[in-house]
Design a protein around this ligand. Sequence first.
Ligand code: PFF
Length: 450
Amino acid sequence: MAINKQEHAQWSSSFGFVLAAVGSAVGLGNIWKFPYMVGESGGSAFVIAYLFCLALIGFPILVAEWLIGRRGQKNPINTYSDVAASEGKSRSWSIVGATGILGGFLILSFYSVIGGWALNYITKVGSGSFAGQDSDSVAATFDAMLASAGTLTIWHTVFMVITAVIVGVGVTKGIENAAKILMPLLGVILFVIVGYNVMNGGFGEAVNYLFAPDLSKLNGDVMLAALGHAFFTLSIGMGIMVAYGSYLGRDVNLLSTARTVVILDTVIALAAGLAIFPIIFSNGLDPASGPGLIFVSLPIAFGSMGAGAIIGTLFFLLITFAAVTSSISLLEPTVELLEERTPMSRTVSTIVASIAVWLLGIAALLSFNLWSDFTIMGNGIFDALDKVTSKFMLPLTGLAAIIFVGWQMDQRSIQQELGLSNFTWQLWQIIAKFVAPIAVLIVFVTSLMN
Ligand code: PFF
């Protein structure tokens, strides 16, 4: 972030802001999580539900969170508290800021474990260990990594250290600059893999699987999973976008910026789907194999394409980079909170927060091996952290944000802030007051009844 916290400065430019927002949004959620969620939920039904949730729920909530942040100009807890007070409402709205920060903290613990997988795969693909391997041996390599608590711990630790150093030293400006080159490069590599797939079979089947409307599979669970993922992928429901909004200048158009972020994020996720599913189908793999999906599919392609080791190494490098631009945004709010609310310095706050996240991450990674028998309501620790955050904390925190903007804030000033004409203002009001909150509630209630 090109900001100076003390003076609460603003983004150096609206482009810098878009970049940071895209950096937070585009990450493992798009490339690792989206494809396996599609696979687990049976394909296009999930994709359709997801696109619906992005447009009608995610988009307005993203705008709402920025709007609140821009009003409050502080960390999410103080922002909610101050903005509520200035609207004559209870300061207890600050709880929404707090659940957001807690959500980010919990997500980072397992996010870092997956970031570690990606790091490990840079070395594996780079050393040519997948050259000429068939799907069974690629899957065996992945299973061996999961079974080794030591390997997972090492890479999770490396990932967490990278995140902590960037947040602690505050070199986010450098990250912003690197992102300008590396994020587009990630897009290019994805499309190279998609191109490879077009030539190598399974492509038509994958397109069908992802896009041919099959609503028979749509149910409450799929909707809830899609809703949760829409929040996860846009980094909303977590106070992060509220915090980013606090650095936003008045001149930035929230609606068009949100549109850019949502579109870029969606394009990357769908491209990841087209990069992965053709390989799954042409190699007879199971699309529903869960969190390992990209790690058991892509190396097959890298093992057999020309220059596969180079392209594969670059690919895992770039998703690690995308993961880091997201993980720093996950750690920052906790660090900021500790720094502002305790006597600890920024460095000590970063160390304390990172160690706490790291420890929870160890518990998460042990659920793949030594602690695989330990479950919380039927889920291992990794899954439990994922589900509690994506399916409950994010949607509820985001719901609170849109209710706050739709029902608690002075509507005239919101109209000014969004700069809408009469017609578009009516449309915004219908969506912010009714469509988005009711949709979140319906998804919730339906899935509880299932
Ligand atoms: N949006 C990121 C992704 O899709 O990988 C993950 C994430 C980052 C979630 C930051 C939440 C967040 F606050």
